[in-house]
Design a protein around this ligand. Sequence first.
Ligand SMILES: O=P(O)(O)OC[C@H]1O[C@](O)(COP(=O)(O)O)[C@@H](O)[C@@H]1O
Ligand SMILES: [Mg+2]
Ligand SMILES: [Mg+2]
Length: 335
Amino acid sequence: MQTKTPIRDLQHIPAALQPLMNALCEVGADLSRTIQRGPLGGALGAEVGANTGGDTQKALDVMADEAFAARLATADVRWFASEEQDSVVELDPKGRFALAIDPLDGSSNIEVNVSIGTIFSIFEAKEDGDASFLRPAHEQLGGGYIIYGPQTMLVVTFGKGTQEYLLDPDSKQFVLTQEAVMVPSSAREFAINASNYRHWSKPIRAYIDDCIAGDEGPREKNFNMRWVASLVAETHRIISRGGVFLYPADSRKGYEKGRLRMVYECAPIAFVIEQAGGSATDAQDRILDKSATELHARTPFVFGSTDKVSRVAAYHDLPEQEVNALFGNRGLFRV
Ligand SMILES: O=P(O)(O)OC[C@H]1O[C@](O)(COP(=O)(O)O)[C@@H](O)[C@@H]1O
Ligand SMILES: [Mg+2]
Ligand SMILES: [Mg+2]
């Protein structure tokens, strides 16, 4: 009898990466169950320490990190880089790949029963651990996320479109549900943590001011706003119904380059979004053309429908007097 693989439909996954992807999904399915059991399995949201970035580590962050590292050690992975570890770890000296991971994204939502996720990025391993990750993001072989929500899903790209899989709770396998995910271009929706308004740069404020001004402003139409505080959940909404996400740089100490991490958050999400027909920038320049300078480096991040991402960049090219103008007087973007 053939044994069941964690992913049922393997046809879009390059053969060399199938062991790695099956390992990721095996742990993802286990985590999904742990998350569903919530407090029945212990205090998943209990604070247990802090990581290199100074973020609080919760029990589930550490549990997820350990589970992925243990399982990936036998999945052809040489270098393992995690949000929860200070530096790159060598798992298998003979492994062909380097994998960067945010084992648990959206930690602040663990206790409140809101969608959280795992984000991962795959490169060919180099001799040096750091050099395997500090390279142009377009060199990724694969990137994606698992979302633990009402449904658990895998969304992934290997450079030939973006595919979506659903974890079937009956068979416990990830089943292919979409072969070519496309970001819809129609949504009038933006996602940003608006509590940071006073810390933003003028172009970001101007862009958001004009969205909020709705049909009375230069855009002459109304917009809706969302903020889940789970990057994976925001990505999944944008992949499903369009819109734009912004986590810009701001003037708070430690947020000079925004909050999100280039290697294991922004690079893989950018890859998934571009392969689904959308765009991803640092507010001006394409993320996939950039390289992280260090493992835990942050970058401003804007992604979603291409027209919206381009418009955010265009606000950065406005003459000073246009950016400063109250929305009612900003002429260049009148539709
Ligand atoms: O609390 P803020 O500043 O709005 O930040 C929310 C962002 O932080 C994150 O939770 C950071 O990820 P982690 O939970 O992996 O640290 C993102 O998922 C989310 O987009
Ligand atoms: Mg994260
Ligand atoms: Mg995390």
